[in-house]
Design a protein around this ligand. Structure first.
Ligand code: ARG
Length: 564
């Protein structure tokens, strides 16, 4: 249901087919002000071709545009303003929602294509940071949005599970570790050991050598080292899994950095064959001065491979095994240089598909304007944050709706949804200020606000005992107040498409805020349940709003409770 296209087709004919339809379609706008109609076509670019003023062209076209889809046509200063036929368009739209339900606004332009999404990717034995939270939330939404557009998303958790820090950790564990404590509270204990290692190493530098030699053992496959490493990894992952479960996020692969241990030699050989490796400070690097970037480090003097080497191996592995059409990396903007280098090195190797790799960066999470990594010297544990948010949501529910059944379930959906929505409502490049109070408000642009709107609409439908098959509609002229909400249903699919193309879930979040606001305004103005001829149609509109709000929230990874 694309009325821009319909208008473009009419204009195409009226302009003697001189301008391609697609070009006309691009020119058509949605007026900011509803008084200027639903669609606007600026005639300025036609002036040269027609040798007439834009205003005269607009006047002439106005007289000729005839279609039952367009109820009124006006000319204002070189623009043709078009008013859609409210009755006809609403009927079509609402009927479509009733017929398609959750599949409403499904798109197919991505059909058959695979998109790998490198997301979350926390580091073993370290706390799950706010940056990892952002990556998880944005990556998960992008998976859902790209899937809605017909793509097959493949979510990869590129765990930070290898590197010299594991040598240090093994050393520290062997000196001071306690298996029971690690089992109980893995990340906290392992982090404490890691910190202790650094404190002690300042007094006794020999510890550093021990750490290095344990890492060598690990790289050489020493059984004791490997067993400890595997155990640290398993325990950390168990803890991360609790967070993923709370947030309802799953992965298709947990192939982390260690997975590429046996796949890097090939990369080094390929680089050598292609004569791309040069020596610099006893290390092997790829020179990127032509690309105006610093050299990309491939191998250190002691033979150890690096983050970039692993990512080169991972990129190749993903291309060969998943045949991606796009490969996204949802990682904070601090790593922009790394991904630029990665893509340039692959291009130098002759891989055209490197063009299809996209770094999807995002801003920082701030607390009182500062980077949010510590709180009173302690690390902010994400699980604590989520649980705190759930507890606050529960408190709000106790106050507002003490008789609600399943309070805990609802509190979880609201508490977690609030954190996710807060993250996704702004353009991802913006830094965001972390505030639980703000996130959990029922008014303003929050997750609970949208969820609450959904629940309110559901309650109207319950009261009316509405069944979604109540067709056909019969609208009368009093459909003016409904129009804003009804016409917004038209914008859902375009918002999804743009979110997919720009890798920006905030476009979906903003859309559902607009819809929720329009609906609440309508709800305040109109007695929806009043018996009269439009009752069925009004209920069908309310139903359509529930379908779209629920689906919009789902695309962000947020659940919508029917009561709250
Ligand atoms: N583990 C890394 C970090 O915490 C993020 C990894 C991102 N993904 C990648 N393929 N490099 O900074």
């Amino acid at each position: 249901m694309n009325f821009k296209k319909e208008l473009a087709a009419i204009l195409h004919e009226l302009l003697n087919q001189e301008i391609p339809e697609s070009q006309l379609e691009i020119l058509i706008e949605k007026p900011k002000n509803a008084e200027h109609g639903d669609l606007a076509f600026p005639c300025f670019s036609l002036a040269k071709l027609k040798r007439k003023s834009p205003n005269v062209i607009a006047q002439e076209l106005k007289l000729q545009i005839q279609s039952e889809t367009f109820e009124k046509v006006e000319v204002v200063g070189g623009y043709i303003n078009i008013f859609l036929n409210k009755k006809l368009v609403s009927e079509k739209l609402i009927n479509k929602v009733i017929a398609e339900k959750g599949q409403f606004a499904d798109l197919d332009f991505g059909k058959g294509g695979t998109i790998t999404i490198d997301m979350s990717s926390p580091n073993i034995a370290k706390p799950f940071s706010m940056g990892h939270l952002r990556s998880t939330v944005i990556g998960n939404a992008l998976a859902l949005i790209t899937e809605k557009c017909g793509y097959k998303p493949f979510k990869i958790n590129h765990l930070g599970d290898w590197g010299t820090q594991f040598g240090k950790l093994i050393t520290a564990y062997k000196l001071w570790g306690d298996a029971k404590k690690v089992k109980q509270n893995p990340i906290k204990e392992l982090l404490a050991l890691y910190i202790k290692f650094h404190e002690e190493a300042e007094k006794d530098p020999a510890l550093e050598d021990q750490g290095r030699s344990w890492f060598k053992e690990l790289e050489n496959g020493n059984e004791e080292a490997l067993t400890l490493w595997q155990w640290f990894r398993d325990e950390s992952l168990k803890e991360f899994s609790r967070i993923y479960e709370l947030m309802n996020v799953g992965f298709d692969s947990f192939a982390g950095e260690a997975f590429y241990n046996d796949k890097m030699e090939r990369i080094v050989n390929l680089l050598e064959q292609k004569q791309l490796l040069v020596e610099s400070d006893q290390a092997l690097v790829v020179d990127l001065s032509e690309e105006q970037l610093p050299p990309c480090l491939i191998k250190k003097s002691d033979g150890a491979t690096l983050y970039a080497t692993r990512d080169l191996a991972a990129a190749l592995y993903r291309k060969e095994n998943y045949h991606f059409d796009q490969s996204l990396y949802v990682v904070g903007h601090e790593q922009s240089l790394h991904f630029k280098q990665l893509i340039e090195v692959l291009k130098k190797m002759g891989y055209e598909w490197a063009e299809k790799m996209v770094h999807v960066p995002f801003g920082m999470m701030l607390k009182d304007g500062k980077k949010m990594s510590t709180r009173k010297g302690k690390v902010v544990l994400l699980e604590e944050v989520l649980n705190e948010s759930i507890a606050m949501a529960k408190h709000n529910i106790e106050e507002k709706n003490p008789n609600l059944l399943n309070k805990d379930q609802v509190a979880k959906k609201v508490g977690v949804g609030a954190v996710i929505f807060h993250d996704l409502k702004n353009n991802r490049m913006n830094d965001i200020e972390f505030s639980l109070e703000e996130m959990l408000r029922f008014e303003g642009e929050t997750g609970p606000y949208v969820q609450y709107t959904f629940a309110r609409a559901c309650s109207i439908l319950r009261k009316a005992d509405y069944k979604a098959d109540a067709l056909p509609l019969s609208l009368t002229n009093t459909w003016e107040k409904e129009w804003k909400t009804a016409s917004l249903l038209l914008d859902f699919a375009p918002a999804i498409k743009r979110a997919c193309e720009n890798h920006d879930p905030s476009l979906v979040a903003k859309y559902i805020i607009d819809l929720a606001q329009a609906f609440n305004k309508y709800y305040a103005e109109v007695k929806i349940l009043e018996e009269n001829e439009n009752l069925t149609a009004r209920l069908a509109l309310v139903y359509s709003v529930t379908v779209v709000l629920q689906e919009g929230l789902r695309l962000l990874g947020i659940e919508a409770p029917e009561e709250m």
